[in-house]
Design a protein around this ligand. Structure first.
Ligand code: ADP
Ligand code: AMP
Length: 222
């Protein structure tokens, strides 16, 4: 399966993509995670991305394209969920190009739909593990011990770009640059919309159902 997860920041893409990738046995490719890792390691791409991410802007298309292309040639070669990529029409076109160069094609773009008034508290309560990228929420999805990653025992952080003023900028970027992608995938006939309201398990049940329909349709095509 080759999938893209779309939706506003805080909709639950990362949370659901981790489960779906595990269930399907495919790679979870999060450009946000890759960029945060590049920033932490101080690579040239990380140095370029850091101030832009801090301000809630979008990192240049070429920087993320290179990262995604590399994954398509390695762990994502047999199937993937792209989480947070593409984010602009140009990135959507870039993705089609690098996929077709490898003889690959997307099976679906799954959009998690959520109203802004629900998004804001989700982002405000998000805590993440900087070491392994695990995502928690202080009330909706808390770690067993507050402030501590269940998996590695390391300290959880609040992402610097989850501060309210940066969240507002990220939402603006999403509205202006990412929503046109939804229409683009709809026109291609591969857009699948999922209601992202409710608990993590409720949304997961809907995601699973949507993915099994995609798998069936893919099987039917041969
Ligand atoms: P995205 O990848 O779309 O930015 P995340 O998966 O990081 O979103 O989720 C944002 C925050 O909301 C996290 O703190 C996560 O634990 C929490 N969250 C995810 N799904 C739900 C849900 N269905 N209900 C409540 N909180 C959720
Ligand atoms: P995310 O983890 O998906 O919320 O992304 C965090 C930040 O990383 C975004 O606000 C952007 O600054 C940057 N980023 C992640 N993915 C992309 C992308 N596909 N294009 C441009 N910038 C990105």
């Amino acid at each position: 399966m080759r999938l893209v997860f779309l939706g506003p920041p805080g909709a639950g893409k990362g949370t659901q993509a981790v489960r779906a990738a595990q269930e399907l046995g495919i790679a979870h490719v999060s450009t946000g995670d890759m960029l945060r890792s590049a920033v932490a390691r101080g690579t040239p791409a990380g140095k370029k991305a850091e101030p832009i991410m801090k301000a809630g802007g979008l990192v240049p298309d070429e920087v993320v394209l290179e990262m995604v292309d590399e994954r398509l040639g390695s762990d994502a070669a047999e199937g993937f969920i792209l989480d947070g990529y593409p984010r602009t029409l140009k990135q959507g076109e870039d993705l089609d190009r690098i996929l077709s160069r490898r003889g690959m094609k997307l099976d679906a773009a799954l959009e998690l739909e959520l109203a802004e008034e629900v998004i804001v508290p989700r982002m405000a309560g998000r805590r993440s593990c900087p070491k392994d990228g695990r995502i928690y929420h202080v009330t909706a999805n808390p770690p067993k011990v507050p402030g501590v990653c269940d998996a590695c025992g390391g300290p959880l952080i609040q992402r610097p770009d989850d501060r309210e003023e940066v969240v507002r900028k990220r939402m603006e970027e999403y509205r202006a640059k990412t929503t046109p992608l939804t229409d683009w995938y709809r026109a291609k006939g591969i857009l699948v919309r999922v209601d992202a309201n409710g608990t993590v398990d409720q949304v997961w049940a809907r995601v699973k159902e949507a993915l099994s329909k995609v798998a069936k349709a893919k099987g039917g095509r041969g």
